[in-house]
Design a binder for this molecule. Sequence first.
Ligand SMILES: [Zn+2]
Length: 311
Amino acid sequence: MHFKEIARFVATGLAIAAIPVALRAQQPDVSKAPVSLIRLTENMLMLVGAGGNIGVSIGEDGIFLVDDQYAPLTPKILAVLDSIDKRSVRFVLNTHWHGDHTGGNENLGKVGALIVAHDNVRKRMSVEQFIKAFGDTVPPSPKGGLPVVTFTEAVTFHLNDDEIHAFHVDPAHTDGDAVVWFKKSNVVHMGDLYFNGLYPFIDVSSGGSVQGMITAVDRVSAMINDNTRVIPGHGPLSNRAELKAYGEMLTGIRDNVRKLVVAKKTLQQTLAAKPSEQWDEKWGKGFMKPEPFIVSVYESLVAERAKGRRK
Ligand SMILES: [Zn+2]
């Protein structure tokens, strides 16, 4: 089936319905979720199913994936890819450790893909994790699901006539985030540094930081141009103008919450002050409602102040 037919065949909008389970680090039952594709360039696709958006580079050197959603979706992901190109998946780059971005690792490793990620992705996946915001205990990954190649700062892949540059940013969504910049295709995959149209999840228990989110968004905004296609971890395909608006929202809420933290307000007092009120209508209707989002911003800023005092 040609990609246009597939795109028509699977209903869009289902991705939005899947968001409540899509953000769980645990493996939910997503076997019935459809996988649809969006063609970005001659060489690049974005796949939408349940879990984090997937970026794909396809060409004469094979298939390169950014993230792989959940294990039950691997057959559908491979079927969609197979309908476009018969070559195999050579590399999977994980943007961070969460199960909605790494759940397919073991399956893809079995069919020959090399899994690559930041050092801290492998470290966290190797042992049990607890995500405080969801009360989720996540068991260690089976050995076959762990990244085989890890990097500290950055790694570049020279594939499909592109230069695919993956670089780590200071702790933001977690402490092992990577941004993937397809230089020649002018496409960037932001992982969960970017939730398009939604308040983001900041995983403070995995070392995440609201300040790191803002710094990373500003860095990428300055690196790309108005024609760059921006793949967010969650939400629809985006661009620089929307990414900047997201960064402004994060900065505004960070500033408001910081004032309350500096004034030694408790979490309850901070929530009662409604520091995100002016943004809630536009950003607070998704998976992260205003209250849990403010909790994560507050906890992140309190943790940073405590760290500052210890120095
Ligand atoms: Zn995540």
